[in-house]
Design a protein around this ligand. Structure first.
Ligand SMILES: C[S@@+](CC[C@H](N)C(=O)[O-])C[C@H]1O[C@@H](n2cnc3c(N)ncnc32)[C@H](O)[C@@H]1O
Length: 283
């Protein structure tokens, strides 16, 4: 009898939403305002339909009590927006090729010439692979100019795709036939319709899970940090802290690239504005 008065299994109350969005904010800085309730409900729908939970309240309890942390990873995987593409925001890759790399080459010549970049919030890998292609093409003799790309994301789901380097063929349709041939293998038989990044390109990239909300430190400072279309989900407080931690992780003259729809307006920082979505640490 009581069951008739129970909430339908997938009803999300305001209190449920507050708890779940509070947890997501505290753990990964993503700011889910009231307007995102339906989105969160839809994203967690599959998990709820597994039949394991009676309500979103049950689900929340399970997440916070799960000692393995797996359900939390699952929750964050479902919430984060992973849209990306190869050579997204082409202007940044033009800047890398025509401005930053020539400057780095001039600055580093004869002084230990390794170039180190970070793709922070790399999603399924299109961004770091686009960086690796740009560097391989632009460096005068890549064998004499070692470079490394650290590529990190919160979501273990997208990192798996990134590390595999396997994509549906249509994802690379904007890449020229010459570059496609040089850097991708065409899938055959059951892999028809897919491409795979060739091993020599993959070896430039280290993929790892990293939550930008947690403290980070790296053995060497970065010449360039790509953090594009990630901070858009964070509020000003989290953005300010992150931009200042990026500053500390940059080499002198190092550059921070943010998404073109993002801005550092209203954030206290020490970077110099170069042009839209490009900021530089003093030399
Ligand atoms: C929209 S994608 C952007 C991908 C790529 N940078 C681009 O511009 O195409 C945003 C990525 O940020 C990641 N992300 C969100 N919050 C994060 C956090 N706290 N730490 C690390 N990555 C996070 C998401 O998992 C997602 O893959």
């Amino acid at each position: 009898m009581l069951d008739a008065y129970r909430l339908p299994q997938e009803e999300m109350t305001d209190a449920d939403f507050k708890k779940i969005s509070g947890l997501v904010y505290d753990l990964c800085g993503i700011n889910l305002n009231e307007g995102k309730k339906e989105l969160v409900k839809a994203r967690l729908g599959k998990r709820m339909r597994s039949g394991q939970f009676q309500s979103f309240r049950d689900y929340y309890q399970y997440v916070v009590q799960d000692q393995t942390g797996q359900e939390l990873i699952h929750l964050l995987d479902s919430i984060s927006t992973n849209f990306t593409s190869f050579f997204r925001e082409q202007k940044h890759f033009d800047y890398l090729q025509s401005d930053l790399l020539p400057a780095l080459i001039a600055r580093k010549k004869g002084k230990g010439n390794k170039i180190i970049l970070w793709s922070a919030g790399c999603s399924s890998g299109e961004e770091p692979y686009s960086i690796a292609i740009t560097l391989s093409e632009a460096l005068p003799s890549p064998e004499n100019w070692p470079f490394k790309i650290v590529a990190t994301d919160l979501s273990s789901k997208v990192l798996k795709i990134a590390a595999s380097g396997i994509y549906p063929h249509e994802r690379i349709r904007t890449i020229s036939p010459a570059l496609t041939k040089k850097y991708f293998l065409k899938g055959e038989n059951s892999w028809q319709g897919y491409v795979k990044v060739k091993e020599p390109l993959k070896k430039y990239i280290d993929f790892k899970r990293l939550n930008l909300m947690e403290p980070f430190s790296f053995p060497e400072p970065f010449d360039c940090i790509f953090c594009r279309n990630v901070m858009i989900y964070f509020d000003k407080k989290v953005q300010t802290s992150l931009v200042n931690r990026f500053y500390d992780s940059l080499s002198k003259g190092g550059v921070l690239l943010i998404g073109h729809s993002e801005s550092l307006t209203g954030i206290q920082h020490r970077l110099r504005y170069v042009r839209p979505a490009i900021y530089q640490k003093e030399k």
